[in-house]
Design a protein around this ligand. Sequence first.
Ligand code: HEC
Length: 256
Amino acid sequence: MLTSNFKVQNPKPLISNRAIFCLLLLAAYSLLSLGCRYDMQDQPRYKAFKKNDFFADNKAMRELPEGTVARGYLRENKAFYQGKKENAGSNNATAATAAVAATTTDASGNTVVTSFPDAIEKNPVPVTQELLDRGEQRYKVFCIVCHGPVGSGDGMVVRRGYPKPPTYHDDRLRGAPDGHFFDVITNGWGKMNSYGSQIPAADRWAIVAYIRALQISQNPNGNVQMTQNNAGNAVNQTTPSNSATTQNQNTGGQNR
Ligand code: HEC
């Protein structure tokens, strides 16, 4: 009975070939699409202060090349932006710039400097009525509280106990170059804060022009030499008010 009428029948498949094909296609598609997808927020990158062995200094963040200037901040005009002469402060300083400004402290603890070898003499901005008006307005915003309405150092804050600034109306400051006033506003002076970050350079020059106008207005002699270089002869001009016997009420102040 070896040759019976035994018939081999193919069992019916559970899923059709077509369905398997479709499933495989779907799986391949989803694998591919998952593997190749990179969202922008997941980019390969280094955070600013992360370590990175690729560079010799192991910093991911690179140093700025020397002399890099942020866009719009190229301040080549030294006279306008610093109130200093072109060769001021350089290493190969000339005799003028090498001169060290003599600094003393007066009776109220204020820093008294009588020579300004690096400061430019003249306001680089043409002095017009508009400039003076602007200077007056800015002076009243930023300076009047301490320096007072005409610059005698009796502002409201001072009357309430703040250290008294020197008057603008002595020979030392009358003879000081414009660049000195600009420097004081820009970088501060002794106990006075710097205003460089609050007052743009053009407005600082407007204030300087206005201070010059105040000085003329309060000068009984009326013969102000506004742009005289004070180096050398200025010590003799200093008013003899800083006597050592005067009580010093501001010894805690920082002078520079
Ligand atoms: C909060 C008070 C205060 C304000 C505001 C102020 N100053 Fe002064 N200023 C002082 C004091 C205090 C001194 C004396 C500092 C020292 O010598 O230690 C001084 C000194 C000065 C001097 C004399 C520098 C020297 O050679 O002795 C000038 C010039 C000056 N200020 C200009 C200005 C101008 C311009 C403004 C406005 C942009 C201004 N100050 C705003 C307090 C102030």
